[in-house]
Structures are given as structure tokens and as C-alpha cells.
Write a protein that binds this ligand. Structure first.
Ligand SMILES: [Zn+2]
Length: 305
């Protein structure tokens, strides 16, 4: 027998526990979309973003991620509590997002790649490639057929040798980006964050697919990330794995996190009811959050081992 949709929805609702932590994951938000700077799936208009945080503020208790984890650990989480997080430290966090979060007094956590905090470094292969791909004719000329082929493969390829041999070929184009073009927040900005509202977590020194790197690379990269971020008063020892999907990390990643005593955050959906190893986050860039909550699945995927 086919169940109709409203019955399905009711059953789903009954199966979802009352006490849970929802961790939302966002990236970029500006008044207008600029293909040289913004990714289709990681951007929302600032107007839409404001409507979403207003909805959250009016309907839920918003709590900083580190505090939420303590509550999970102590079994003190009551009702649906919400934490919001931003990955990458996009410059729009500094220019548009933080002013809104401060206006509504909304706590948040920012997962930062420390390699791009200086304006000499323009970022990693994804944002650098898009800058040239959607640039003017002169900028597009830097993209040879070889580079275009590499760019197509890096996100999903399951071949560590190919990945390691090629990602820097795209990143080396960063030197042709105008000096005053900045993609990410600065160290000075992080140092002055309001530490009552905001915390800073780890996102790798470099934004790479950890699954494609040796264990030694992963450990060195995270140690460098910790070394730089732990100097900020808002630092919390939580590592949001870059990209965050199952093919982007491996058992070495989790071992390194355990060795360094870090909490781990994924980016692949689901809510948290216990302090399991591995925090589940729900990506919501450009997505209607109230709809997302209504559509939550009661079946929590287990991505950790
Ligand atoms: Zn990221």
C-alpha cells in the first residue's frame, strides 16, 4: 500500500526525537552573486540569509557550537537547539554576515583555513579556478586545456597520486590575481571577533581533500592550523573537514583527529542527539531552513567509524 505524503510526514515527525541539536552549515552571502568569487551551491543572497536567521531566531534557541557540544555530552539538551557554522572564512563573513549576526545577537562558529589569512595567498584550486573561468578574456587565457581537465577531476577523483600531482598547478595561478583582490577574512579580523558570540574552529591549514593526502600531510596540516588559530581567544578545538563529504576524508583523518584530541564535524546532513564521535551538520546555503527542518529524516546516517 502506498502511504500518502501527509501520513508519511506525520510518521517521520513522530520518529524524530524532541531533544536534538541541529548544526547548520553555510559559506558565502552577499547582495549580488559574482561568479568569479561565489560558488553556485555555497552562496545565498544576504536578503535571503537575513530572512533565514530571523526565522531561526524567532523559533529556536540558538547556541554556540562549543556550548551545544557540552550540553550533548552532559545529556542536558532540551528541545530543538540550533547552532550555525560557516566554513572557509569567506570575505563576505567579514563584510555582510557578521554585521547581521551581531544585529540579531546570533552566536556562530567560523571554520577557518589559516593558509589564506594573508592577502598574499589567494586561496585554493576551487576559488582560484573560478576566478579565471568567469573572468575577462585575458584572465580566461590562463586556463589551458590541461588545467581545465585537472579542474574537472579534483573534486571527485579517487586517485591520490593524480590529486597530489596536480592541485598546485591550479593554485600557482593565484600569483596572477590582482594584489588587492581578497577572498578570505584576515587574521586581524579574527583577533577582534566578539568572543561571547563567536567561536573559531579548524578547517585545515589548506582547504584540501584530506582523503587524497598522506597521514603525515594531514597531521602536519592540522598542527599548523591549530598552531595559528589557538592564539585567538575565540578558538575551539573542533575540526570541520574541508568539503566534509564521505569521499573527502579517510580513516587516517579520524585517527589524526583522535591523536590531536579534536572534535570532528562533517557536512552531510542529519541531527545530533548524543555526543557521538563526529558531529553531523546540515548544509543550507540558499536553502529554506524551515522546509529543511520539516523534511528531516529520522534515520541518522553514520559516517564515522
Ligand atoms: Zn570548506
Amino acid at each position: 500500500m502506498k502511504l500518502n505524503n501527509s501520513i508519511k510526514k506525520k510518521i517521520r515527525k513522530l520518529l524524530i526525537p524532541d531533544n536534538k541539536l541541529l548544526v547548520f552549515n553555510l559559506h558565502q552571502s552577499t547582495p549580488a552573486f559574482d561568479p568569479q568569487r561565489h560558488g553556485k551551491y555555497i552562496w545565498s543572497s544576504i536578503e535571503f540569509f537575513e530572512s533565514q536567521i530571523r526565522y531561526l531566531k524567532n523559533n529556536f534557541e540558538l547556541i554556540r557550537l562549543d556550548k551545544a557540544i557540552h550540553k550533548l555530552r552532559d545529556g542536558k539538551l532540551k528541545g530543538t537547539q540550533v547552532s550555525i557554522t560557516f566554513d572557509d572564512g569567506d570575505i563576505s563573513v567579514q563584510e555582510y554576515i557578521i554585521p547581521l549576526l551581531e544585529k540579531y545577537r546570533i552566536p556562530a562558529t567560523f571554520f577557518i583555513n589559516t593558509s589564506y589569512l594573508s592577502s598574499d595567498s589567494k586561496g585554493y584550486w576551487f576559488n582560484i579556478y573560478n576566478y579565471f573561468k568567469f573572468g575577462n578574456e585575458k584572465q580566461q587565457r590562463y586556463l589551458t586545456d590541461d588545467i581545465k581537465e585537472i579542474a574537472k577531476k579534483l573534486r571527485n577523483i579517487d586517485n591520490p597520486v593524480f590529486y597530489r600531482e596536480n592541485y598546485k598547478k591550479i593554485e600557482s595561478l593565484g600569483k596572477y590575481i590582482e594584489k588587492n583582490t581578497n577572498f578570505y577574512v584576515t587574521a586581524n579580523f579574527l583577533a577582534n571577533l566578539n568572543s561571547h558570540l563567536f567561536s573559531i574552529g579548524l578547517h585545515g591549514h589548506e582547504h584540501q581533500r584530506f582523503s587524497m593526502m598522506t597521514k603525515e600531510w594531514q597531521k602536519n596540516d592540522l598542527n599548523r592550523n591549530i598552531e595559528i588559530l589557538s592564539k585567538f581567544k575565540s578558538f575551539i578545538p573542533i575540526f570541520a573537514i574541508p568539503f566534509g563529504k564521505p569521499l573527502d576524508w579517510n580513516s587516517n583523518t579520524l585517527e589524526v583527529c583522535k591523536e590531536l584530541r579534536l572534535e570532528v564535524a562533517f557536512a552531510n546532513g542529519g541531527y545530533n542527539i548524543k555526543n557521538n564521535f563526529g558531529l553531523l551538520r546540515i548544509p543550507v546555503d540558499g536553502i529554506n531552513i524551515s522546509q529543511k527542518i520539516a523534511d528531516l529524516s529520522p534515520f541518522i546516517k553514520k559516517y564515522y567509524i
